[in-house]
Design a protein around this ligand. Structure first.
Ligand code: AP5
Ligand code: MG
Length: 221
């Protein structure tokens, strides 16, 4: 089962991906996480990506496509994968379809998480992340058991560099201008499933489970 988790910054793609990984035993492929790892490692890709990510813009299609190409070809993706944050432009979507076709794979579901901008800003400003294991939290909505400490590995939680107010505003603008049109792209292909991303994390998990368990019969838009 190959799933694309789609939605604006802060809509819950990473949060819901964690649950899909556990329930369906398929890996998460987050281009944002891969780029942050490249920045941390100071690799050539990381050096190119850092200032773009800090400003809230999109890294070039060629770079992200190269990362995804290498990752989906790995053996743990054989039975499926979750794409989180990719594709984000029409050329990325076109290239993904060609790539999957060459591997004799296809996209089964594009799940679009719908959340309004006011809620997105609240979520991003309160997000905290574990720098060691990547687990995500929120200071109000998804609190760790001990303030500022990861439940899973006890590391001190951090705020992402691109969650500053100015960068968040730009990320939302970039989403509207360059990414949101992919909804009609995937809808025309009959692959888009829109889900309300507002409600508790558990409620949204329930909707995603129902959709994936029923093989896609449901709120198909
Ligand atoms: P990326 O890391 O993909 O960031 P994003 O798409 O902006 O999305 P986020 O990770 O911010 O949000 P999310 O939807 O995962 O929400 P989360 O689950 O954390 O990309 C970062 C940057 O990398 C981009 O800006 C770009 O520069 C570059 N990049 C990445 N991919 C690229 C590509 N394909 N092409 C070009 N450039 C690319 O949830 C947010 C918060 O809300 C958390 O605190 C969480 O606990 C909380 N929360 C989640 N669900 C709920 C709920 N139901 N109720 C209340 N709170 C909730
Ligand atoms: Mg994320």
């Amino acid at each position: 089962m190959n799933v694309v988790l789609f939605g604006p910054p802060g809509s819950g793609k990473g949060t819901q991906a964690q649950f899909i990984v556990e329930k369906y035993s398929i890996p998460q492929i987050s281009t944002g996480d891969m780029l942050r790892a490249a920045v941390k490692a100071n690799s050539p890709i990381g050096v190119l990506a850092k200032s773009i990510m800090d400003s809230g813009g999109l890294v070039s299609d060629d770079i992200v496509l190269q990362l995804v190409k290498e990752r989906v070809s790995q053996v743990d993706c054989f039975d499926g994968f979750i794409l989180d944050g990719f594709p984000r432009t029409i050329p990325q979507a076109d290239s993904l379809i060609v790539l999957l076709d060459s591997l004799d794979k296809k996209i089964d579901f594009v799940i679009s998480l719908e959340v309004d901008d006011k809620e997105l800003i609240l979520r991003l400003s309160g997000r905290r992340t574990c720098p060691s294991c990547g687990k995500g939290y929120h200071i109000l909505y998804n609190k760790p058991e001990r303030d500022g400490v990861c439940n899973a590995c006890s590391s001190l939680l951090v705020q992402r560099d691109d969650d500053s107010e100015t960068t968040v505003v730009n990320r939302l603008k970039v989403y509207e201008q360059q990414t949101s049109s992919l909804k009609s792209y995937f809808s025309e292909m009959g692959l888009l499933y829109s889900i309300s991303g507002t409600g508790s994390i558990d409620q949204i998990q329930g909707q995603i489970s129902a959709l994936l368990d029923m093989g896609g019969i449901g709120d198909h838009s």
